[in-house]
Ligand binder design. Structure first.
Ligand SMILES: [Zn+2]
Length: 200
C-alpha cells in the first residue's frame, strides 16, 4: 500500500505496525509526526530506544531491572521475603504496588494458562517459582489473578503443584468484578482484595 513512499518511511511504518494494537495507518501517522520533529527530538527518541538495551529481567521475579541481577524489590532488605505475590504481568505488579499495602516480593509469570490462545503451563515462568519456593524459605504464595477463565485455570494449576510443598497458598478475595482486569482495579478495591485473601 505504501510502496511508492521512500524506504525510510516504509521501513518505519513496518516497525511501528508490529507494535501491539497499531495498524499500518496509525504507523504512518507516527512516521509523519516524526517527520515534523527537529533533529534534537529524533536524537533523544533514538537514544531512549537505545537505552532499552540496558534493562534486563530480575533473576528471581522477572521484573524489569536496571542493575543486573535483582530488581529493586528483590534487592530491598525491608521487603518480606517469605511472602510472594504471583501476577501475570508487569502492569499487575504496578497495580499491587500502588496499594502500598503489599510489602512482600513478586513473581511475574509472563501470562496465564489459556489453551484457546495456545498458552500452556510450559510457556509460563513456573519452574523458577517452584525453585524459589524450594530454595528461598517462602511461606506464603498469593495468587493474584483476576477471576476470568485463564486466571482460574492458572490458580487451579498452581494450587495443584504448590500444595505438596507445604506452604500457605491464597487468592485475592472475590471483591474484584468478575472478568475485570487486575491492572485496572483501583488501589482501594485491590487493597481490600489483598487484605481479605482466602486460603486455598
Ligand atoms: Zn525481582
Amino acid at each position: 500500500m505504501y510502496h511508492h513512499l521512500p524506504k525510510e518511511i516504509t521501513d518505519l511504518v513496518g516497525q511501528f505496525s508490529r507494535f501491539p494494537g497499531i495498524g499500518e495507518k496509525t504507523a504512518l501517522r507516527f512516521v509523519l509526526f516524526l517527520l515534523g520533529k527537529d533533529e534534537n527530538y529524533i536524537n533523544e527518541l533514538a537514544g531512549q530506544i537505545e537505552n532499552i538495551k540496558n534493562l534486563s529481567l530480575c533473576q528471581k521475579c522477572h521484573n524489569i531491572t536496571t542493575n543486573g541481577n535483582f530488581c529493586k524489590y528483590c534487592a530491598d532488605p525491608a521487603r518480606d521475603k517469605k511472602t510472594v505475590c504471583v501476577i501475570s504481568n508487569l502492569p499487575e505488579l504496578m497495580a499491587i504496588e500502588a496499594t502500598s499495602d503489599f510489602l512482600g516480593l513478586y513473581h511475574i509469570l509472563g501470562g496465564k494458562i489459556d489453551p484457546l490462545r495456545g498458552t500452556g503451563p510450559e510457556h509460563l515462568r513456573i519452574n523458577t517459582l517452584l525453585a524459589r519456593v524450594k530454595n528461598d524459605n517462602i511461606r506464603e504464595i498469593i495468587l493474584a489473578m483476576n477471576s476470568d477463565i485463564p486466571g482460574e485455570n492458572t490458580i487451579l494449576y498452581l494450587t495443584r503443584i504448590l500444595k505438596p510443598l507445604n506452604i500457605k497458598i491464597s487468592r485475592l478475595a472475590r471483591g474484584l468484578p468478575m472478568g475485570s482486569e487486575l491492572e485496572y482495579a483501583d488501589p482501594i478495591t485491590l487493597s481490600s482484595a489483598l487484605e481479605g485473601r482466602q486460603e486455598l
